[in-house]
Design a protein around this ligand. Sequence first.
Ligand code: ZN
Length: 422
Amino acid sequence: MKRFMVAILSFSFCLLFVCCKNTPAENAPTQLQGKNEAVYSAEFDPETDFDNSLGWTFSSGRNIIETADAFYLLPLSSYIYYGDKATGEYAPLCAKPECLHDEEEFNPSCNAFVGRLSLLSVNYYNGKLYYAKYTNPDYTLYRMDLDGSNHEAVLQLSCDHTKYGIMNACIHRGRVYSSGFKDIVENGEPKQLSSVVCWDMQTGEFKVIFEEKNEYGGRLPMMFFYGKYVYICIESLRGRNVTPGVKILRWDTENELLEPVFDAGEEGISGDLFSCWVVSEDEIYLTALFCGAEHSEFYRISDGKITETFSFTKNGCAFMLDGAVLINGDIEGTDQRWAQIMSFDGKMLFDSNIPLDVLNSTMPASCDYDDIAFTSVHGDPEAFYFLYDCSRSRAGDARWLVRYDISSGTPEAAVVIFATEK
Ligand SMILES: [Zn+2]
């Protein structure tokens, strides 16, 4: 039996996904009125804006970068990889002719070498690649050219690390943002502090834009970057054994104001790890990342009010794509997953199994399908990306970025980047 695991908060928990049962469709799709899909894309500037469709603001980042020519990925090892779009080839990001690259475990002279990173965020910003590395006592932001050359430290990400958990690094319009949570002690009582903080890339100025204490468990804020706003989506806890709610706030980066957008209130919404997609300021979609029989609803928020747009017809886990939501799950006893893509208004755009045999030719001997976790899903309704990890043992660690092109209706899978641990 083959089984897949998604590791979202790798340090705190991981969940096993086993076979999911089909459930009948409950709701007919609802037609949206006045939907303007162009709004987010009109706001989005690829040179300066965080790409929500390829970024992962939970946990340790896990962003992938796509430029006109290539994909970039921080694998499990200490080297940044790129995948060439024209040739389909992938390699450590280094053009030095005599270099052994990642054939050596520790090769700081290789241009692809970044060292072991606890933040897996890699960012594109104004023609450069950025990554953040722990350099006691702070993280430091580094910059490099797209060909891997000219690594330079550009900013120390200083803050009070006894209060603020730095768990990712997302660059958006001149600032580095990080969300996280931290165990703290207040008046002798253990509590958790959830936070979103940022640093100005020019001045280094540090700002706390959101913080919230609770005594019921750490909650990681999810960020969504939209023009001059940073939306913050977080479960709101009001007590132990109480259905968690969810609330959305937004930080106005120009006026430096934190504004409430939505609060599920006392009733709450069941589910875990909510994420949102902002189509326009008055059209926001919300779903629990881990959906199941009791919380399979997909929501629209407009004018501060929430409505259920549709329910998923199968129980899986949901990831926001650019303009759609992808639900997927394991198919027990096979080397495939099932995946459905629903538009935000509930139309089924894709409903098919996705093949994993694309991994076969590169599968290390120490890995098999039982060891493979999918750690994130990115993309849009034309092409989506699964990031697969095998981390059974150091010797067998491997990471794949697989692209599924579904523009023809049938998924065409290709390994964009494959990297193994040395
Ligand atoms: Zn090299």
